[in-house]
Design a protein around this ligand. Sequence first.
Ligand code: SIN
Length: 290
Amino acid sequence: MLSELSREYRTIQVTPEPTGFGAAITGLDLTRPMPAKTAAEVNAAWARHAVVRFPDQPLDLDQLEAFTRQMGHFGDDPFIKPMPGRPNVLELRREADEKAPNFGAGWHSDWSFQASPPAATLLRSEVVPPVGGDTLFADCARAYEALSPTMQAMLAPLRAIHSAARPYGSKGMFAKETEKRTMQIITSTEADRTQVHPLVRTHPVTGRKALFISPVYTVGVEGLTAPETEALLGFLFKHMTDPQFIYRHRWSPGMLLMWDNRCTMHFAEGGYDGHLRVMHRTTVAGDAPV
Ligand code: SIN
């Protein structure tokens, strides 16, 4: 794979995936604050490739928080107890003996049930299992662009209904769970609330349109009956997760990943039962989707 040697990047090296969705960013040290020029180039590469990885970044939690703040304000992370003394950092930890499904094992865009969902999620690998543990990403902009103009026109006025009820609600998956889980999930009737967003949103930086729905958090489409919703969302979810739109992220220890929740959805694949996996996660606040 060739690095992008365009004049755009003078302070970093950017090596995109062949599809352009996903890229590695190297040649920078995230343990120290980024100069403004470097931060601008990281932002440009992130806007272009949506899922960017920074291999070999030996960040402690202060440095992870400092890098996150360079990208924007912290997001609001509900339903999961944060790390002690770190209200903005979640530890995604699964012990070797855990049998409960791994966290994030369903296609979703982070906290899309919020009025203003996070623009970015940052995830840094602390302990990577020897097998499994990949994170899959779907390119929801390219999936939208691949639809026929007729389908795009049909989707344009639609508004999707999002809710955290399925995982975090009072009758949701975590409320019913009986297996031991190290992560402390806070189920709540708050999660049963709904939030409406455009089904197709426009990225505030690139101007590209993207499908903004997911199997975990999208529970309906305004104005459609349940069978109509099922047929439409079923078609769109199958389309969005077609292999041509997927980037499979393989972790190595000490890697930082930053993804754009406005034009992607992701899925934590699991497959590492019997092994410890530890990640640290922050989010960057975003705008109300339009
Ligand atoms: C998530 O944030 O959904 C989890 C991703 C992962 O653990 O790979």
